[in-house]
Ligand binder design. Structure first.
Ligand code: FAD
Length: 285
């Protein structure tokens, strides 16, 4: 079902150390205050954080009162352990999930029993009916392994037809890529909310590495400016904030159904954009 008002959400990774846990506690507290529609917690490549993700999701939802969605991926998972996780989450009052194929960490062998995210979505619906709101991933600049843009769209539609409730995109910095993707989705009768994924810019080298790996393009004019700042983190932060704020503004002004922030467990870059957008007093309930 489509949302009547923009849906805002914040993504975290499950921390592995005491220090990381304290940081996430502070971050989630700061972000809960703006009343997002939900939080989500990633699932480490290859299923490496299965238990950590579970524990973090349960703790976050309990401590913040914000709906918290686990990411779940097919890589190195069997039907049996996915079934177990689904029932475990359901029993703990979790009703929102992000269903993914996942990526294979280098050097790792087995893909798992489900090959693609559409098979996972089908399984979740078979196993738990309508209990979960299921998010899936979408790629306005196309998935790096897609054999063609048309095939990628067909594959995205398989996930929707299998029962996905809404989608979150890979991050991008070119709003045209998003709006063209939405037009193409409408042309094949995909009628779910597709919420743009937003990656704040705070560190150029880390961003360049992520972007190479996931196929997100950093436009040349942004790359050149960031490169020119070198080690000047303050300038990178200020420029990044300006670029991402204006991206978000354009997306919302032209009808995007919300924003999903990849927080990397940091509140400040997200809140700076949030305040620039004048969303400070927005009520999401
Ligand atoms: P799919 O939808 O299965 O697509 C993968 C590729 O296969 C695409 O090229 C597609 O065109 C093709 N394909 C799909 N279905 C078929 C089919 N039936 N037949 C033939 N080809 C097909 N990764 C993690 O490991 N953990 C996370 O927590 C995580 N969170 C993410 C959150 C978001 C919002 C996004 C956008 C990505 C996230 N990822 C995460 C990354 C994601 O797992 C990778 O991008 C992965 O490579 C693809 O996952 P998917 O669910 O989009 O796969």
């Amino acid at each position: 079902m489509r949302q009547a008002s923009p849906a805002y959400s914040f993504e975290f990774f499950p921390p592995k150390t005491e220090e990381g846990i304290s940081k996430l506690t502070a971050t989630s507290r700061a972000l809960a205050a703006v009343k997002p529609r939900f939080f989500s917690v990633t699932f480490g490549a290859g299923g490496s954080t299965r238990d950590l993700t579970f524990g973090t999701v349960i703790e976050l939802q309990k401590s913040s009162g914000i709906i918290t969605a686990p990411h779940l991926s097919c890589i190195s998972s069997t039907r049996e352990n996915i079934r177990e996780m689904l029932h475990g989450y359901r029993d703990k009052g979790i009703n929102h999930i992000v269903a993914l194929r996942g990526d294979m960490p280098s050097g790792m062998g087995e893909a798992g029993e489900f090959r693609y995210a559409n098979e996972l979505v089908t399984f979740i619906r078979e196993e738990t009916g309508e209990h979960f709101h299921i998010e899936v991933a979408a790629y306005p600049e196309y998935h790096p392994q897609a054999t063609s843009p048309d095939k990628d769209l067909e594959n995205f539609k398989r996930k929707v037809d299998a029962g996905a409730s809404s989608a979150i995109t890979q991050y991008f910095y070119n709003p045209d890529a998003y709006f063209r993707f939405i037009d193409r989705c409408m042309s094949v009768n995909i009628d779910i909310d597709i919420v743009p994924g937003i990656m704040p810019i705070t560190n150029y080298f880390q961003l360049a590495r992520f972007s190479d790996a996931c196929g997100a393009e950093i436009p040349r004019w942004i790359r050149k400016r960031l490169e020119a700042y070198g080690e000047n983190l303050e300038s990178i932060r200020a420029f990044g904030e300006e670029v991402v704020t204006s991206l978000c503004k354009e997306l919302l002004d032209k009808g995007a159904p919300g924003l999903h922030f990849y927080t990397l467990n940091r509140a400040e870059p997200v809140l700076a954009i949030w305040n620039n957008l004048g969303l400070a007093t927005s009520q999401q309930n």
